[in-house]
Design a protein around this ligand. Structure first.
Ligand code: 9YT
Length: 129
């Protein structure tokens, strides 16, 4: 059994900070679950264009508010605590956090992340071995 608390990840190598988000990586590929789990803060006012070509990602909002635009259809969906989105088609999208409030999201990746992945110029994470 693996039991850990967010506090044991904050400030370590598994706490990855970028201009738009901070990802606290709770479970990695190395944990053997077949998926990884992050507790991620999307910074207030952040606007992130992403497309995880190599991964499927499910995101569950637990704090804050914002929206996601599906760039294939132009459709925009509001996000608030309790909203889940699953990028089942490796969807090209823009994620926005409302100004003045961070969004806190639980992010699950398949295949699992292995380390300090950050987005490449296409908005994807590289696929590791
Ligand atoms: C929701 C989202 O994709 N945010 C970007 C950060 C990423 N999910 C991560 O590694 O936690």
């Amino acid at each position: 059994m693996i039991v850990k608390h967010l506090a044991s990840v904050v400030g370590t190598a598994a706490d990855v900070d970028t201009a738009g988000w901070t990802s606290r990586r709770l479970l990695y590929k190395q944990d053997g679950m077949g998926y990884s789990v992050n507790d991620t803060i999307i910074k207030p006012g952040a606007e992130l264009e992403m497309q995880y070509r190599n991964h499927l990602e499910t995101v569950y909002c637990i704090e804050g508010e914002g929206e996601i635009t599906d760039l294939a259809t132009g459709e925009t969906h509001g996000i608030r605590p309790g909203t889940l989105y699953a990028l089942n088609l490796h969807d090209h999208h823009v994620l926005r956090a409302n100004r003045g409030v961070a969004m806190r999201m639980v992010c699950v990746f398949n295949p699992p992340l292995t380390g300090r992945e950050v987005h490449d110029s296409t908005g994807a994470y590289a696929l590791s071995e």
